[in-house]
Design a binder for this molecule. Sequence first.
Ligand SMILES: [Zn+2]
Length: 340
Amino acid sequence: MKNSEVFEKTCTKEKKCKVPIIIIVAVLLTLCLTATGIFFCYKAESNANSYANYEDAFNNIENEDTEQKKAEALYYAIVSNSSLRKKEKEELSNYIQYFKDNKYIDYNHVFEKLKTFKITWNNPFLLKEGISATYNADNSITFATNEYRQESLTHEIFHCIEKENMPEGYGWFSEGFTSLLNYEYFDKKGDGWSTKANIIRCLCELIDPDILFKVSATGEPNYLIDALNKKGIDGKKIKELFDLCEKYKVVEFDVDANLQEMLTKIASCFVEMYNTIHDTPDYVRNSFYYSILRILEETYDYYDYYYLNKLKVNDSPETKYNKTQDELSTMIEKSLIAHY
Ligand SMILES: [Zn+2]
């Protein structure tokens, strides 16, 4: 009996022992699997957030090609942005080429912008105001409706990437450059700011358009002023032109404003500047004035020359800037025929 009792006890004990071992193994296995899962999830998550800044992302990309590394770092900023939808990420990726092309772009700045950028749709206030999209101070773009419009997105993206520290009084530059860049560099559709875009075209005839990329990327209009100064144009004339352009921008939609008078003054400033630089013969001066005025009043498509797409299509025959005197005369002739 004793033996059998001992046996039973041992057996019961063994039986009792077996159950907890299975449970312990199962629990351990579950814990192990959970821990592994958590670890991998954490790793994936931390990979997605590990690049706090552009340098980090850039240095961790194993690629010999620096340009490609830059593109990939910015691409990373877009894909790791959890506020964007898949389609929005795809759209944003299309702009990476421009960020690579504009050599003045501050990559850290763009990286930070793209990482936290947001797009919201269906804003009744904008719809009521008749505005298709805006760029907001909190690094987001708002669309008036659900309808996707490439030209609006491109325009607002350029505002977003442009340095915000552009001083007051340069709204005309911001809108004009953004608009011309949108038209020439991307879709050639135009976004409704043609007069200001045409002011930028006139500036491109006076100085190297490269300066404009620099001004936009740095928010420093002094580069523009310096470039005009170097061409022999005095500060007073430059200020006069810039003030006129800003005034035009402010009252553009004011029905009581005399926009025509403003445009003639802007055209006169440009003609004077062009004459200072090129010492234009007398017989050209008057017709040149009409030509400039015509350019300012026109839509995007009227003009046959391209300035801001030179980075993208360097060898394209349609890319021209700073026209020769012959080309200028041809343009004036063409313009005069159209004018009268
Ligand atoms: Zn704008």
